[in-house]
Design a protein around this ligand. Structure first.
Ligand code: ASP
Length: 420
């Protein structure tokens, strides 16, 4: 199915799911057939199948994509100053983005008022709080197979990062394995793409179940999650990015955004930063004035490891889910979220929907029920369109700032009114 058609189908499924769910909740709760055969039976099974398939991909995809991301970063860092500048910029802005997501969500409180314990099973009693010291000690697995088996994501990530460092340091000696990892990554992403073809049916099933159980009252919290994520992204662009453009890029941010409009529009409609690389490159080179050598290196790397919009979504989603299932996040949970979500953004591929896979890793890491992702999944396409736009904007700004610092930005081009 073509990208834009799939997007439309998902959005239609979302709307239909909400309307049908609310109608069921209003008029059919006493019908055994509707509640037990349809909602509790067929739709729950379809939703669960989809969530299981997503969960199935989490550990292998996280391992391979993070190891590969780190290996790529290592190779880039070997390129010297520009590589190091780019990677530091990417990591810093991502960590900032998560904090913005967490803070905005804690102010708006999107999940308060939504009792998700009716739709997902929440284990609150057996949960023992893990101290900060333990969280840190547990990052290194004493048995890596156990880490994979338990799906302990911090440990899997640690091993992946370390493995990636190993790949980089051996360089050409392990060229074959590097290629195998690239191919494995492609395979997992292909599996995700195939899975996404079923997203319209899955979204409909997940959303109808949620709204049939929770009723119309669920609309406000669910959309306030969407609003929280989008609002935090606006802040990232309007405040953080604009400041970076003014201070480090010495450019007028409004003019910059205007020049980036074609790439932003493309990212918004495709929800794929990888797919947007060619348009982004064209805008950044021909309209902003960044030297080709810099953009050819910074943009593809960014589309692989730099996902500020995704990071914001993860911060907002974690807070939303915690509030909806009534779990209080501790300081060490927040630290874990910042850490895992930063690494998750390295592992998030620039294709539609991959942010949710990484989100499931972040939420399991802080002990939240992975099933809660069903609600997030239902509205994810909307958030995905916005976050992809932010993701590619972050990459373009990095390219611009790095070019400025290397004297490789052509102000004459920037000052011209060039339409792409
Ligand atoms: N769709 C996003 C991108 O391509 C990744 C994500 O799902 O967060 O940048």
């Amino acid at each position: 199915m073509k990208g834009s058609r799939l997007t439309n189908m998902i959005l239609i499924a979302l709307a239909l799911g909400i309307v049908s769910g609310v109608v069921i909740n209003e008029f059919f709760t006493s019908s055994d057939f509707v509640m037990n055969v349809l909602v509790g039976g067929i739709f729950t099974v379809i939703g669960d199948l989809f969530l299981n398939a997503i969960k199935m991909l989490v550990v292998p995809l996280v391992f391979v994509s993070i190891a590969l991301g780190v290996a790529t970063m290592g190779d880039m860092a070997k390129l010297g100053r520009i590589g190091i500048k780019t990677i530091s910029y990417y990591m810093l802005t991502t960590a900032f983005a998560i904090v913005i997501g967490l803070v905005v969500a804690n102010i708006i409180n999107p999940g308060v008022g939504l009792d998700m314990s009716k739709v997902v099973f929440v284990e609150t009693t057996t949960e023992t709080t893990v101290s900060l010291a333990d969280t840190i000690t547990n990052i290194i697995p004493s048995n890596v197979f156990q880490a994979f088996y338990n799906g302990d994501m911090l440990q899997v990530i640690f091993f992946a990062v370390f493995f990636g460092v190993g790949i980089t340091s051996l360089g050409d000696k392990v060229k074959k394995l590097h290629i195998i990892f690239e191919e494995l990554n492609d395979i997992f992403l292909q599996m995700l793409m195939i899975l996404m073809q079923f997203a319209p049916v899955a979204v409909f099933s997940l959303i109808i179940t949620t709204f049939a159980t929770l009723g119309i009252e669920a609309i406000i919290p669910v959309f306030s999650y969407v609003f929280t994520a989008i609002f935090a992204m606006f802040l990232q662009v309007l405040i953080i990015y604009s400041l970076i453009l003014v201070v480090l890029g010495k450019l007028n941010p409004l003019k910059f955004y205007k020049k980036l409009r074609p790439a932003m529009g493309f990212a918004f409609s495709t929800a794929s930063s990888a797919g947007t690389i060619p348009v982004n490159k064209k805008c950044v080179e021909e309209s902003v004035g960044v030297d080709k050598e810099i953009s050819s290196f910074v943009l593809p790397l960014g589309a692989t490891i730099n996902m500020d919009g995704t990071a914001i979504m993860q911060g907002a989603a974690v807070v939303f889910i915690a509030q909806a299932v009534g779990v209080d996040l501790t300081a060490s949970d927040y630290l874990t979220v910042i850490l895992t979500a930063t690494l998750a953004s390295i592992g998030t591929a620039g294709v539609p929907g991959s942010g949710v896979i990484m989100l499931s890793m972040v939420i399991t890491q802080v002990g939240l029920p992975i099933e809660a992702i069903g609600v997030i999944m239902g509205v994810d396409r909307i958030v995905d369109m916005f976050r992809t736009t932010v993701n590619i904007t972050g990459d373009a700004i990095c390219a611009t700032v790095v070019a400025r610092s290397e004297n490789a930005l052509d102000d004459e081009i920037f000052n011209q009114e060039i339409e792409i």
